[in-house]
Design a protein around this ligand. Structure first.
Ligand code: FMN
Length: 158
């Protein structure tokens, strides 16, 4: 059976809240999903999942350092994430504060690893974004994204 992980870094809880909503939605959509802070994840752990979802606060338009370190550590088994489903989300302080460049940076690392990324023509196109604490709009985008990740992963990996 396919399985997934949502990995996040969060200091003040905004990204963590998004991670928990996405993971819950994935589980409710029939994809067994763990939700873990990046400090509880080792790069080798990534090999055991069919879908890997990564969420970061926007730090100067990029992912937070501990998440970048996780990707850098994965170079030891470069090529072995090929074909897994990937997705990303981010929380920032400001509109235009770099949410989408942060998501794109995560997605770039995933694409370089051979992962499969699905956009969204109707919801947040690149991945859910929040300004500060997730509001109702963000929460529903997280639920929607979780459903879409689960559907794609089950199609490709069941
Ligand atoms: C080092 C640092 C850099 C940041 N850079 C940005 C930024 O470039 N743009 C922005 O909108 N917010 C920026 N922020 C604000 C955070 O992205 C924002 O508060 C986010 O919601 C925090 O997520 P968290 O609650 O999961 O820790 C920065 C915060 C820190 C600590």
């Amino acid at each position: 059976m396919a399985k997934a992980i949502v990995i996040y870094y969060s200091r003040s809880g905004n990204t963590k809240e998004m991670a928990e909503i996405i993971a819950k939605s994935m589980n409710e959509s029939g994809l067994k999903t763990e939700c873990k802070s990046v400090d509880k994840v080792k790069a080798e752990d990534l090999l055991t999942f069919d879908a890997i979802v990564v969420g970061s606060p926007t730090y100067y338009g990029h992912m937070a350092g501990p998440l970048k370190q996780l990707f850098d550590d994965a170079v030891g088994f470069h090529g072995q994430l090929d074909g897994k489903v990937g997705a990303a989300f981010s929380s920032a302080a400001n509109i235009g504060g770099g949410n989408e460049t942060t998501i794109m940076g995560i997605i770039e690392a995933m694409l370089i690893s051979g992962m499969i990324i699905q956009g969204d023509p109707s919801g947040d196109h690149y991945g859910p974004v929040s300004i500060g604490k997730p509001d109702q709009r963000v929460r529903s985008q997280c639920v929607r994204r979780g459903q879409r990740i689960a559907e794609l992963t089950k199609k490709l990996h069941s």
